[in-house]
Design a protein around this ligand. Sequence first.
Ligand code: DP6
Length: 361
Amino acid sequence: MADESQKWVLMVTAQTPTNIAVIKYWGKRDEKLILPVNDSISVTLDPAHLCTTTTVSVSPTFDQDRMWLNGEEISISGGRFQSCLREIRSRATDVDDKEKGIKITKKDWEKLHVHISSYNNFPTAAGLASSAAGFACLVFALGKLMNVKEDHSQLSAIARQGSGSACRSLYGGFAKWIMGKDDKGTDSLAVQLADEKHWDELVIVIAVVSSRQKETSSTTGMRDTVETSLLLQHRAKEVVPKRILKMEEAIKNRDFASFAQLTSTDSNQFHAVCLDTCPPIFYMNDTSHRIISLVEKWNRTEGTPQVAYTFDAGPNAVLIARNRKTAALLIQKLLFCFPPNSDADLNSFVLGDKSILKDAG
Ligand code: DP6
């Protein structure tokens, strides 16, 4: 290793978009390892609008692991950060950066500390899956820094231990998180179903109903649901396995009618499961419900679905339009129903295509 007096710093920057589940993950069978009760499928967004950018650096002058989120230092003593760091460190390999004259051996990585600086270009913890982009980016960037040789699906199993939905953000396009059977979680990982070029006429519009932090975190909400909801058991065992197969077919065949029906129905069942929880969890609000009615009415009038809707653990609507023309019409309709500067409670729109994981390192 370079001498301590040498003040070198080695750094890697990566950018990872968030993903939106079209078949939801809700409920863990193992909280510590983050093992889900069902498979889930998601679409990864365009990093231009909703992404995390993370820079990880290592230097012999760092005396502890530290992290800053959006410019403010946060604690990383929690189990989830520590699991990701531990798993990546244990897979670190030799680094020989001839240009900078830096050599780090596998053994050195055990003693070296890292500094992590992460930025979200969207509200943190407002039901826009910030932890998904965050942990995927962290694991990806650390993996690059430490010259980890694992493939994306192995990295996804590590990101999963930071936040379940993060495992799907290791891929662009469409990804599936396979729940796995193993108690240790080695087979609970994400795979890519189709890359970002597949079905690229889809346009995702996010109607930001509120950018406030959600009242019930996904982690707490899920725990309560697993403990109290009978509907969850029916969903996980009977409903989702069949839906996953149908969704895979719909994605493969670019069958928008089935895709929209499955996406919207699954979102509604997820929120029904939240209501079936004791005490009940309300993630959607009146504005969310009005958006659902608008889309349902429009789809019925057209006779075939134009837009799919889905809501995560918050009131913001993720609307997936079948093409650009439909997306433009959708925005017109939303602006008509929720005129700017009225008390309609709709803050802004984020428009994006599906896109790819970018390595800016
Ligand atoms: C509603 O991945 O945030 O967005 O694993 O406890 O960190 P933890 O939960 P998280 O939950 C996401 C739930 C969801 C559905 C989904 O993304 O599949």
